[in-house]
Design a binder for this molecule. Structure first.
Ligand code: SF4
Length: 347
């Protein structure tokens, strides 16, 4: 059985090599080739004996995804659709900011969470991604950026899927990409997004990671949130916020709350008022994300004036809130749109 080189932490690679009768120090050499020299074939690992390179070529895999499409927006956002070994597809996005390049990775094929405004969930959950498939998304993006001498400076686990529903793979991904001998992404530059899976938030808090937790709240009351997000039936807002306070108390990390603004669903000033009341005692930042038109769900975008009014009202109430800069407005940039378009074309 083959294993993916991108699916192992440095310690795991050492153990794997030792079990094969190879010296432990080879793991560091391989890691350096993979993540610092960023080669694309084991035969390029020229300081390894030929026999080990052949063994790696036979017993391990590296890149397993195929690029199906790539869209480049006017603002530099690059959106990939990748086909995995079983023919399923996922999206990965490179976003350009003043402070560097951020990559948004997927953690599942499809998603079972059923959020009203999201195209990724339309076909349900197909499967969890293996950790190697999450790491590989980042590696492919870094390979592209290498051509212009650029680096991935931050990562968001915010593509298709609920990262905390694929908890072990998502957290091992964090371990691999933060490895000091690897890609060296700082924990503080990693954001894990969640719909609010409360037990997983407690677990993450207890692991004391330095990552940022971004919680999709999207409403200031249970009725509205319940209509938008089925997960609210399992964990209502009060239960979720209790877990968020615990996360802050344990880690000292300010939370981010995502708020997808949808016309006439949750974009009135009284919604802002409810949100401000809920968050008044929790150090946090609110990201307002005006939702693009989702043809399958018939959702429409909030007007520019109303977006401004909503944010200003929050700020006036003492909440640190900003509108997320729209990335790749001229391409299918909303979560799951490219994959949904691809499957529409394929039928
Ligand atoms: S927004 Fe995220 S959690 Fe919700 S359905 Fe889409 S992919 Fe899943």
């Amino acid at each position: 059985m083959t294993v993916s080189l991108y699916g192992m932490t440095l310690a795991e690679l050492e153990t794997w090599l030792v079990a094969k009768g190879e010296p432990k120090y080879r793991a560091l050499q391989i890691y350096t080739w993979l993540y610092q020299k960023r080669i694309t074939s084991v035969q390029q690992m020229t300081n390894l004996p030929k026999a080990l390179r052949d063994r790696l070529a036979y017993e391990t895999t590296m890149e397993t995804m195929e690029e199906v499409t790539r869209q480049v927006a006017k603002d530099g956002t690059i959106k990939f659709l990748f086909a995995l070994h079983d023919g399923t597809t996922i999206e990965t996005v490179i976003m350009r900011h003043d402070y560097g390049n951020s990559v948004c990775v997927s953690t599942q094929v499809g998603c079972k969470m059923g959020c009203e405004f999201c195209a990724s969930t339309l076909g349900g959950l197909i499967r969890n991604l293996a950790v190697s498939e999450i790491v590989e998304q980042l590696v492919v993006c870094q390979h592209l950026l290498d051509k212009t001498n650029e680096r991935v400076s931050s990562v968001v686990l915010m593509g298709s899927g609920e990262p905390l529903d694929n908890y072990d793979a998502s957290l091992k991904f964090v371990d691999i990409v933060t490895e000091s001998e690897g890609l060296r992404i700082g924990q503080r530059h990693i954001t894990v997004s969640t719909v609010g899976l409360v037990p997983a938030i407690y677990r993450l808090a207890d692991e004391l990671r330095g990552i940022t937790l971004a919680v999709s709240l999207h409403a200031g009351d249970d009725d509205t949130r319940g209509r938008m997000m089925p997960v609210n039936k399992a964990y209502d807002i009060a239960t979720l916020l209790e877990a968020c306070h615990y996360y802050y108390d344990k880690t000292g990390r300010r939370l981010t709350f995502e708020y997808a603004l949808i016309r006439d669903h949750n974009d009135h000033l009284e919604d802002a008022q409810k949100l401000a009341t809920l968050l008044s005692t929790l150090p946090c930042h609110v990201n307002i994300i005006p939702v693009n038109y989702v043809p399958e769900r018939n959702l429409t975008r909030t007007s520019k004036n109303q977006i401004q009014a909503f944010v200003q009202h929050l700020q006036h109430l003492g909440i640190n809130a900003t509108v997320r800069r729209e990335m790749g407005g001229d391409i299918a940039a909303a979560c799951g749109q490219l994959r949904a378009e691809h499957s529409r074309e394929s039928v």
